[in-house]
Design a protein around this ligand. Structure first.
Ligand SMILES: [Zn+2]
Length: 212
C-alpha cells in the first residue's frame, strides 16, 4: 500500500467512532489505497486530533518511541494489522459476506491483549477500565482501539454503518443523520465531488444533444 504523509484534522475524524476513524487512516480503499500513517509520529498526531487519549499519555508514548524506534515500528505494525482486520471484517459484514476467520481472530487477540493490560479504576462513582503507557507501552493506542472495535462489532447499529459512496474514498462511518440517508463521509468533499460529476455528465449530455 502506498504511504502518504498527512496532517490529521477534525474533518478526518468523521467516522463517528474511534475504531472507524482508525480504518479511515487509509484513504481511497475503493481504488489505489493510500496509508496516511507512515510512522509512529504520524500515529501520535492522529491520536492527538482525537479526544480519546490523554495529552500526558501521548507525550509519554512520544518519549518511548524516541527511545526505541524499532519497538515503535513494531507497535505501529501491530496497530495496522488490527486496522486492516477490522476494515476487512466491516466491509464483509456491510456487503453481506462472511468475514474471514483469521480477521476475527486477529481482532479478538488484540482485544484480549488490551483487556490484559487494562486497569479498573474508580471514576465518578463508577469503575472504568483505563490504559496507561506504563502497562500498555507503545501499544496503548492499539489497546484502546481494540476495545472500541469489539464494542462496535457487537453493539453498532449496522443499519447505520456505511461505506462512503465517493470516488477514491472508501471511508466507513456511522450515519447519525435524522433521515438515515447520508451517503458520503463528508458533504464538503465526496458529496460535492459527486454533485459536480453529475452536473458535468448532465452538461456533457446537453452538449452532445446540441451537437447532434
Ligand atoms: Zn468519502
Amino acid at each position: 500500500m502506498r504511504i502518504e504523509p498527512h496532517v490529521f484534522h477534525a474533518d478526518d475524524l468523521i467516522g463517528g467512532d474511534l475504531a472507524l476513524d482508525l480504518v479511515n487512516t487509509v484513504t481511497a480503499r475503493d481504488g489505489a489505497p493510500r496509508d496516511r500513517l507512515p510512522d509512529y509520529a504520524a500515529l501520535l498526531q492522529w491520536a492527538r486530533a482525537n479526544d480519546a487519549f490523554g495529552v500526558r499519555d501521548l507525550a509519554a508514548l512520544g518519549r518511548l518511541a524516541a527511545a526505541s524506534p524499532a519497538k515503535a515500528r513494531a507497535a505501529l505494525g501491530r496497530l495496522k494489522l488490527l486496522r486492516e482486520a477490522l476494515c476487512s471484517t466491516l466491509y464483509a459484514l456491510l456487503r453481506g459476506r462472511t468475514p474471514a476467520e483469521a480477521d476475527l481472530q486477529r481482532i479478538h487477540a488484540a482485544y484480549a491483549a488490551a483487556a490484559a493490560a487494562a486497569q479498573l479504576r474508580r471514576s465518578d462513582g463508577r469503575a472504568l477500565r483505563s490504559w496507561t503507557p506504563q502497562l500498555s507501552q507503545l501499544d496503548l493506542i492499539t489497546h484502546v482501539v481494540a476495545i472500541r472495535a469489539i464494542a462496535l462489532l457487537e453493539e453498532a447499529e449496522f443499519a447505520r454503518l456505511r461505506i462512503c459512496d465517493g470516488h477514491d474514498c472508501g471511508w466507513v462511518f456511522l450515519d447519525t443523520s435524522k433521515s438515515g440517508r447520508r451517503r458520503w463521509c463528508d458533504m464538503a468533499t465526496c458529496g460535492n465531488t459527486a454533485k459536480a460529476q453529475r452536473f458535468q455528465r448532465r452538461h456533457a449530455g446537453v452538449e452532445r444533444r446540441a451537437a447532434g
